[in-house]
Design a protein around this ligand. Sequence first.
Ligand code: SF4
Length: 335
Amino acid sequence: MFIPKRIFFEKKALEYEIGQRVYDKFKDKDIELIIDNKVHFPSNDNPVEKYKEGKQTLVVGVKRVSKFETCKPSADYQLPLISGCTGRCEYCYLNTKLGDKPYTKVFVNVDDILNNAKKYISKNDNITVFEGAATSDPIPVEPYTNILEKTINFFAKEKNGLFRFVTKYTDVDTLLNLNHNNHTTIRFSMNTDKIISEYEHSTPSMSRRIEASQKIMNAGYPSGFIIAPVFLYDGWKKDYSELIDKLSTLVPKDYKHDILFEVISHRYTITAKNIILNIFPNTTLPMNEDERKFKYGQFGYGKYVYTKEQLSDMKDFFTQKISSLFSKENIVYII
Ligand code: SF4
């Protein structure tokens, strides 16, 4: 569970039940509570300090609900419940996406957001899928916001609506007894111990993630694993092989859903690299353009990916390994 150093409350947020609940939870603790619509913290314009302070800050706000952003290929739309994350993964896309706002922000007007989702669902004759982790990891604030609980309960009753999110965190206990009606998929982001300890700061260990994913499967939720980002370091095949071996032993015998795998190789843009070097000046992330292939992405900007031969080797390895312990049909994509 994320215990912030300071919490900003937008004035209006305290008029909502969730806003008041967060205030009551922390009002007697040694935590700075600030009622102000503007977020500010001491950083001296030093990017490392700003990142550090921002990551210890929670903002409780009200979302102006309008159009939802699309979220292809993982879902149809982003569901904007929370933005930011308490983790400090060096490679994280949020470093680029959220820029100088590295704090976690929770939105208290969940009913407005879900009512808007309802409109999208009713406009579509087919199933509409919403992603709850497009700009966040929503789990660390769940024990005191219960935003996911409310959302899972909402989607359980929507015939044509599905909800999904991904997490590296383990605060899942309040979700275990919900009547989710199989309408929410909870995926876990996994990596090797080496990558977790080198680059995924302030996140749970692999074994704790495995334990949490087991709880979610035992609670009957559809589930899956995102293995990402995959780094092709010396000995990567042995480490990722051991990881998949471990995952294969944890699935409960009577689990009735297919476990889905999404596997994503490491890639970066020059913008991301510059931001990462600002925040983590001593990073050892492999970001040497000479060793990568430049590729134009679907959003018009270029990124550096592993070479064609490396990617082909990686795809063969994961296809073979996952198929041998699960089945080929369990693989959603390997990119
Ligand atoms: Fe980013 Fe996920 Fe790490 Fe959070 S846990 S910092 S969202 S990669």
